[in-house]
Design a protein around this ligand. Structure first.
Ligand code: NCD
Length: 284
């Protein structure tokens, strides 16, 4: 069974062929998943990820059981994750799980009768966000993911999208990383070779190809507020891009959205394209 629990489950060849197919198909409708059912099982809030999977499944003709708020399910009666997953897996072909505890996607995969896609487990990983983040880079850098200078900003300790993205980008050649955060929110994953930790973004912004901005994960106990100014953002080079997994709070002023370097809404569209292909590859 093909589970997607971590970026480690996705080989380079698999990703590149998925990205190429997503680029060619661009979310075009088909009936390939007619008769297949996906369950969105979300123990944490979501706007983009749950609706992106919903949209992707529908685009290929499949159906969705949307459990977007487990407080309205038997979880509120005390049902365990294991029992919930065993139950749901009797009714569908695939479960997309978001949970507040790191490692829960793995636990779910051990009891599930159908594949599990990890849509974020605590502060650990969010591999399908990385599929779309990687696609965005692939799309805007002429199908190359190497020799890039990547600046990651914000809550690097609890942001799971950063952890998964760094795993992916270290696999490609000659990427250089700048980790920008306050002391208490430092990246606590494996630091790649060729990386530097800095507290002042102004020291690295002018050499940045990809500025990856993240929100502070208050729900995981992180404390910090920050706001990049238009003047700071404007210092990134002309052909660079600004990414953000969203939701954004104060990190990027909305007046930057019309700047051609702002790619965070494209990321959302690309997420649907990529997830559609991923679902087809798992379910067919
Ligand atoms: C992220 C997440 O849930 O980890 N959101 C998303 O899926 N795009 C980022 C976040 O919540 O900050």
């Amino acid at each position: 069974m093909f589970n997607v629990l971590s970026v480690d489950d996705l080989s380079q060849d698999f990703l590149i062929s998925l990205w190429d197919e997503a680029y060619d198909r661009k979310g075009k409708r088909n009936k390939k998943l007619n008769g297949k059912i996906l369950t969105n099982l979300f123990y944490e809030p979501s706007t983009r990820t749950s609706s992106s999977f919903y949209s992707a499944m529908k685009l290929s003709g499949g159906d969705v059981i949307p459990i977007n708020n487990v407080t309205f399910s038997s979880v509120s009666k005390g049902e365990s994750l294991e029992d919930t997953v065993k139950t749901i897996s009797q009714m569908c072909d695939l479960i997309v799980l978001r949970h507040n505890i790191a490692g829960s996607a793995k636990i779910a995969s051990q009891v599930s009768g159908v594949p599990i896609i990890n849509a974020g487990d605590g502060n650990s990983e969010h591999p399908t966000q990385t599929i779309l983040d990687g696609y965005t880079i692939y799309h805007y850098f002429n199908k190359k993911i190497d020799n890039l200078n990547i600046t990651l900003v914000g809550d690097l300790k609890n942001g799971r999208t950063v952890k998964s993205l760094v795993k992916l980008l270290t696999r490609f050649k000659n990427n250089k990383f700048n980790f920008v955060s306050p002391e208490n929110l430092r990246f606590d994953g494996q630091l790649p070779p060729n990386s530097s930790e800095v507290s002042d973004i102004n020291k690295v912004i002018e050499e940045t190809d990809i500025l990856y901005v993240t929100r502070v994960q208050k729900e995981r106990g992180s404390k910090y507020n920050y706001e990049l100014s238009i003047d700071q953002l404007d210092k990134i080079p002309k052909n660079s891009i600004v990414m953000h997994p969203f939701p954004r709070v104060t990190e990027i002023p909305s007046s930057f959205d019309k700047d051609p370097r702002a790619k965070y809404f494209d990321q959302i569209k690309f997420g649907v394209w990529c997830r559609q292909i991923l679902l087809e590859r798992i379910l067919l």
